[in-house]
Design a protein. Structure first.
Length: 264
């Protein structure tokens, strides 16, 4: 393996391995001066695609495996994912309906939609019993400052301001840890909370699993004639909201103060 290539083998594939995969991608990105948003898109694609394969792709496969290769060459970044699961072509999936109102919105298909939208080119092949998906990203090297280690765990800080509950997820909301966030949010709503602000200022990563929880929460709050507002998103997370159409169904404010005011 060359210094410009990262190869990861998951055999057998487990969702718990995604955190280690993410760390390796971040280290590779730092070494190759990749923009933070580009690293996010690669890790998002891996979270979505590995989760899909693990949950749905390996029924009846005696020795499942996933091979991941990330290669940087000049201004091109190429991610290839190969698995020996059942045949599945993500490029043939219909795009989700992003125009429907909150009550009719389904989280299905969001993950693959994000993967395909953020990549500049997507190709699929099925050869010798293996799925092979290649995502190409154009990129330009950037200067990156030293960064503190990011949390891979799911924490949720809670505060209350004038009757409004503020939930602040910390670190990552991904397939491996989102269940704790879902339990926390839905418990509060089930207990009668009707005015909620979700502060994203300390969140570094969200996948479609996290979006699904927000959709469930927004529906539950609205059914109780309440309000759920999001705020303080980092640019790459705000872009995920925009691409998934969530900015049309969940109000997004630039600051916590603005979000609290809208819930007053």
């Amino acid at each position: 393996m060359s210094k410009d290539e990262l190869h990861i083998s998951l055999s057998p594939p487990r969702l718990s391995a995604l955190r280690d995969v993410s760390r390796m991608v971040e280290a590779f990105g730092a070494a190759h001066r990749l923009d933070e948003s580009r690293i996010y898109m690669i890790n998002l694609a891996l979270d979505e695609l590995v989760t899909n394969s693990v949950n749905y792709g390996f029924d009846g496969v005696a020795e499942p495996r996933i091979e991941i290769t990330l290669w940087s060459s000049g201004r091109l970044l190429i991610l290839t994912i190969t698995d020996n699961g059942r045949r599945f072509d993500p490029t043939e999936r219909a795009r989700p309906d992003l125009s429907s109102p909150l009550e009719d919105r389904s989280p299905g298909g969001l993950g693959l939609h994000l993967v395909r939208t953020f990549a500049d080119r997507v190709t699929y092949q099925y050869t010798e019993g293996e799925n092979r998906l290649t995502l190409e990203h154009n990129h330009a090297p950037v200067e990156r400052p030293e960064e503190a280690d990011r949390s891979m765990e799911a924490e949720v800080a809670e505060e209350r301001h004038a009757g409004v509950l503020v939930l602040s997820p910390v670190g990552r909301l991904d397939s491996a840890n989102v269940s704790a966030f879902e339990a926390s949010v839905m418990k509060r709503i089930g207990g009668g909370e009707r005015r909620l602000v979700v502060d994203f200022s300390r969140l570094d990563f969200i996948s479609s699993s996290g979006l699904r929880v927000l959709l469930l929460a927004a529906k539950a709050v609205k059914a109780g004639s309440g309000t759920l507002v999001a705020c303080s998103m980092k640019p790459h997370i705000e872009e995920v909201f925009r691409v998934s159409g969530f900015d049309r169904i969940i109000p997004v404010k630039a600051t916590r103060a603005a979000a609290l005011e809208s819930c007053a």
